[in-house]
Design a protein around this ligand. Structure first.
Ligand code: ATP
Length: 235
């Protein structure tokens, strides 16, 4: 579904990605792992059009997104949940959710998708009229994910959802990502420093080091590879 080829990207003199190749199959969870500064966030930002690559290409179903405007990339079904979520704390849970799907013309569809999010994340249903500022870290991350889903994306880019959350909360978020693939046929590209959690739900994993792919394997193969785990994944 997603084909990344020879992607080079950076910031000024910093070359954050040095020619990354990667494929993501439809309906799968692909984890992007690696240490701080490996280029994981840069990869997501380049796929969603927030950062233009210096060279290389990003294709979705054979369509070149490399120079497409961000709004077109969103319309084609790509949603990006940034690190720390980016929910709007001054708005209620409900309004945050509505915002995620506001760009779609189909209003009845939006109401239906918001209702589906309350089913998927019951704590959000209980807190729908509260300001997002009152939510816990885990609830905010749920809201960020749910907001992206109200746009009905096919490809969800999720940047370190586990950051700062308790293990139990992380486990339930990971389970939701798995369900989105298994039950709804969505595709997830999951950036994580928490390699163990990410590998527990991923089908495949790509390991980045200093902007290059050092491994691309089925998740179970990577989890069983002591050398790679010790060298790059910290467990
Ligand atoms: P982290 O887990 O810390 O977010 P990461 O793997 O996501 O790490 P990136 O954030 O993609 O890594 O960073 C890759 C490289 O680009 C690093 O050397 C980083 O310092 C640099 N970098 C990232 N953002 C910027 C920026 N806005 N300006 C300059 N350099 C940047």
């Amino acid at each position: 579904m997603l084909e990344v080829r020879g992607l080079v990207a950076g910031y000024g003199a910093v070359r954050a990605l040095g020619g990354v190749d990667m494929s993501v199959a439809e309906g799968s969870v692909t984890a992007v792992l690696g240490a701080n500064g490996a280029g994981k966030t840069t990869l997501l930002r380049t796929v969603s059009g927030l950062l233009r690559p210096r060279s290389g290409s990003v294709e979705l179903d054979g369509r070149d997104l490399t120079r497409a405007p961000v709004e077109e990339i969103v319309r084609l079904g790509v949603a990006h949940v940034p690190q720390s979520g980016g929910v709007i704390t001054e708005l209620t849970v409900r309004d945050n959710l509505r915002l995620g799907g506001l760009w779609r013309r189909d209003r009845a569809g939006l109401a239906r998708r918001v209702a589906e999010m309350y089913e998927l994340f019951p704590p959000l249903a209980e807190r729908r009229d509260r300001l997002a500022a009152t939510l816990s870290g885990g609830e905010r991350q749920m809201l960020a994910l749910a907001r992206a889903l109200t746009g009905g994306p096919r490809l969800l880019l999720v940047d370190e959802p586990s950051l700062g959350l308790a293990p139990k909360v992380v486990a339930s978020l990971m389970a939701v990502l798995r369900r989105l693939c298994d039950e709804d046929g969505r595709t997830v590209l999951l950036v994580e420093q928490n390699a163990r959690s990410a590998l527990s739900v991923a089908d495949r994993a790509v390991v980045l080091d200093l902007g290059s792919v050092v491994a691309s394997e089925p998740a179970a193969t990577l989890a069983a590879d002591d050398r790679l785990r010790h060298a790059y994944l910290g467990f």
